[in-house]
Design a protein around this ligand. Structure first.
Ligand SMILES: [Zn+2]
Length: 232
């Protein structure tokens, strides 16, 4: 058949538009021969956003099996909203992306049956209270697109700002300012994933607190700028 869809299936779809909709929305993960989602660079970025500060919850009536992926983007950086919207659209082209203005931020969300297939880290409760482990296919993508992954993490849960340091020299007190990146997350697993990706990019980092990763050395900041860039 020209459509590649059997007559029986077509008949079934006509009788059940919702099933037809679900079947047409192709999912690379839940077919017989699972493949990595494409484009993989966008996936790596969206995975970073999701792990940093995103969540997946039941969208509407639980019986329909639709899930909602949400990422919160601060108003201060409208460019971040655009990138988030673009990445969600790229990964689920058949799902509409919605924006909702909240106090000081925009909530970017998209409904799909397949968010849990694409982000199997989804689970009950807060991310830092459960184990977060990447599946093998995700590890492969994150290894190949470590820059995009780190970019997503820092865009959602990170910060690039000026650090002021006081030095007392022979001629008195001096203040120096230099840029640094911070990534804070309550999940030790997610901090571990961030650290491993920074290692892969050869960006020097250290813990600045029990749940904060800091990139502060001049060369390391310059190197990370090439992957993350200042928020805009
Ligand atoms: Zn699926």
């Amino acid at each position: 058949m020209a459509t590649g869809i059997s007559r029986t299936t077509l008949r079934e779809w006509r009788g059940n538009p919702e099933k037809a909709q679900a079947a047409r929305a192709y999912c690379p993960r839940c077919g017989d021969d699972p493949a990595p989602p494409e484009p993989r660079a966008d996936y790596a970025y969206l995975l970073g956003l999701y792990l940093g500060d995103g969540c997946i919850s039941v969208g509407g009536n639980p019986a329909k099996g639709v899930w909602r992926l949400r990422v919160i983007c601060a108003d201060a950086w409208p460019g971040l909203v655009e990138e988030c919207v673009r990445a969600m659209r790229a990964i689920r082209p058949t799902s509409r992306v919605m924006l909702q203005q909240k106090q000081g931020c925009q909530e970017v969300s998209s409904y799909s049956r397949h968010w849990p297939c694409l982000f199997p880290q989804h689970g009950l409760g807060k991310k830092h209270l459960r184990r977060i482990e990447l599946q093998e296919w995700q590890q492969t993508i994150v290894a190949e697109f470590a820059g995009e992954f780190v970019r997503g993490l820092f865009h959602s849960d990170g910060y690039r700002g000026m650090n002021r340091v006081r030095r007392v020299l022979a001629d008195g007190e001096h203040w120096y300012e230099y840029p640094r990146y911070l990534f804070s997350n309550k999940s030790q697993d997610i901090l571990g994933l961030c650290g491993a990706a920074l290692d892969r990019l050869e960006v020097e980092w250290r813990f600045a607190g029990p749940d904060v990763i800091s990139v502060a050395k001049r060369e390391a900041v310059a190197r990370l700028d090439a992957f993350v860039g200042p928020k805009y």
